[in-house]
Design a protein around this ligand. Sequence first.
Ligand code: EPZ
Length: 416
Amino acid sequence: MSVIQIEGGHPLNGELVIQGSKNAVLPVMAAAVLHNGITVIENVPRIQDVFCMLGILEHMGCICRLEGNCLTLDTRTLSSCELPSHWAGCMRSSIMLAGPLLGRLGQVKAGFPGGCAIGQRPIDLHLKAFRALGAEVEEDKEGVLASAKRLSGASVSFSCPSVGATENAVMAAVAAEGTTVIEGAAREPEIVELCSFLTKMGAEITGAGTSKIMVRGRRRLHDARFFVCGDRIAAGTYLFSVMACGGRAVIQGVAPDHLTEPLAVMEQMGAEIRREQRLIGISFSGRPKSVSVSTDFYPGFPTDLQSPLMAVAARADGISRIEENIFEERFKTAGELRKMGADIIIEGKRAVVCGCVQLTGGNVKAEDLRGGAALVVAGLGAKGITSVSGCGHIDRGYENICEDLSRLGGVIRRIE
Ligand code: EPZ
């Protein structure tokens, strides 16, 4: 098992190009299954979740070739509609294959998805969309079986703007006869990316990025090439890293309007932010100011940056209040930050963070992807050495966290 070791107290200075977006590339890879042909996806981050998705696609008969950050997917030999539990359980995004398989093969048998243990993470809205489009859906303790001779366009409305359920509904609707209208859709940039990719393949979709998406199904799809946008959550993690230890950095390849709320919070905490079309600059010194933040669906403050924010608030000058409204078990990192001297009280979905002047390095354990990244953020600003174990969680979503932060002047290395 490897450990990431950080020597705190070194400011971060310089520039880096952010990796491709994990939460955009995974649904795009799944959507490629809708087309019986070849797609080329560029700017693919070489992360564990991508390798897992590749394993699943190859298991189902697709031919996948990842060269550097360029992926060629040939789905003409797709032969299976089954997602065995050991594959489905390796990440949440395995469920993203359900819609495309249902649309392409008329059936999908999937184990329940895995992913970060940050809450219940039900899939009821995904199944609601499939049923609305005419599929028969059975569930048992193993997983889900959905089948449909022909999907038909329908009205789908979500009680909660689920990212994954919106993505599955759009992908199934692309294969459905007729028009589908999705109300209460998620508005995240990753939805826009998926719809851009589907449109490039020939689909007809309007309203992506709004809460009402319309899909005219059964358009003839064709080969396509697509460049995945930069990872806004990885970029936000690195921006919070500068706030943990000071410095001046530029993150290229990310759109500031994908991080509107987090950048506003960083400015409230004392950062100077520069916004250009495809880059974000940050300059920070001293102690962060305390802040009150509630996570929300896009364009609100993203739940995925809640833990990195907490790591910075742990050394803020004052008391910060963080409310987690998306996932009911996403405060695990607080326990690990306390081992570094953080003063954090959890009351249900609220965390009260009494900032201290500086955290102290220690041995901590990543319990999930973004919580693990938050411990790295905390280590960058802590006194002494921090060792983060369980960094397999971090490798699921960050392509080169050690190299990236080293390039900016961080003293960080992986010890096998
Ligand atoms: C996506 O997960 C992201 N993952 C998550 O990022 C992100 O935190 C989340 O969206 C919210 O932005 C990927 O895109 C691969 P949801 P997803 O469905 O789709 C409830 C990371 O760290 N819900 O939008 O699983 C659910 O319980 C990961 O990169 C239902 O009730 O999230 C939650 O409370 C972590 N029924 C809320 O919706 C459903 O059928 C939002 O979940 C589906 C979801």
